[in-house]
Design a protein around this ligand. Structure first.
Ligand SMILES: [Zn+2]
Length: 221
């Protein structure tokens, strides 16, 4: 009697499980039928435009632009010689110079006595005369992390003194051929250096001014 009852319970359980499985199967069949679109069997020749469109590979994705995380920010420089346009500039940064040196600067050609302009706001830190550079100016930018060096000047702007704060575009000197520029080879030798200590203005890592003056690219050391 007790055994019969137990057997009955087992049968009931088996029946329930089977019923459950049947329901699951029916539901899944119903879902499959609903989500599967009924596609009419179109007779599309393989050379049809549709077939070509499907087979056309996607255009190649452009290579990601290199991102240098070690940058100082953007610098908004102007070309430091009056009247000179970006397209007139020539990248002479990697040019060889005497005694195995590399130029590390840009030479901006201009007639004698053309005004030399402050490339950015900042401070005149040193007015210096040297054999190679002739009459020169060292200028610090407002952030005090860049030094602008102007060389081969004919003369300074009237009254210019060390410690002066200058505005971008202010006339600070005039184009000349002093130092080792070569007589009559009038141009501004302009270089940019990233400095860690603004007091040591003569030390620093040179940065090519050309792209910065060309299209105001981001500054990377
Ligand atoms: Zn030069």
């Amino acid at each position: 009697m007790f055994l019969n009852r137990a057997m009955g319970l087992v049968k009931l359980r088996i029946l329930l499980v089977v019923l459950f499985l049947v329901i699951v199967a029916l539901v899944s069949i119903a879902i499959t039928l609903r989500t599967t679109p009924v596609v009419p069997a179109l007779d599309i020749p393989s050379s049809s435009p549709i077939a070509v469109a499907i087979g056309t590979p996607l255009p190649p994705t452009e290579s990601p632009t290199s991102v240098n995380t070690n940058f100082f920010g953007t610098v908004n420089l102007i070309i430091p010689v009056a009247g000179v346009k970006p397209e007139q500039l020539i990248d002479t940064y990697d040019d060889a110079r005497s005694e195995g040196r590399v130029h590390d600067a840009i030479d901006i050609m201009a007639p004698a006595e053309t005004p030399v302009l402050a490339a950015a706001d900042g401070k005149i830190v040193k007015l210096f005369q040297s054999e190679r550079g002739g009459i020169t100016i060292y200028q610090l930018n407002a952030n005090q992390d860049l030094i602008f060096y102007y060389a081969h000047l004919s003369r300074y702007a009237d009254g210019l003194a060390e410690g002066d704060l200058v505005r971008q575009g202010q006339i600070i000197a005039y184009v000349g051929d002093t130092g080792n520029a070569g007589a009559g080879n009038y141009h501004l030798h302009f270089s940019i250096a990233a400095v860690s200590d603004p007091k040591r203005y003569w030390e620093g890592t040179n940065i090519n001014p050309y792209p910065l003056l060309q299209n105001r690219a981001q500054l990377t050391p």
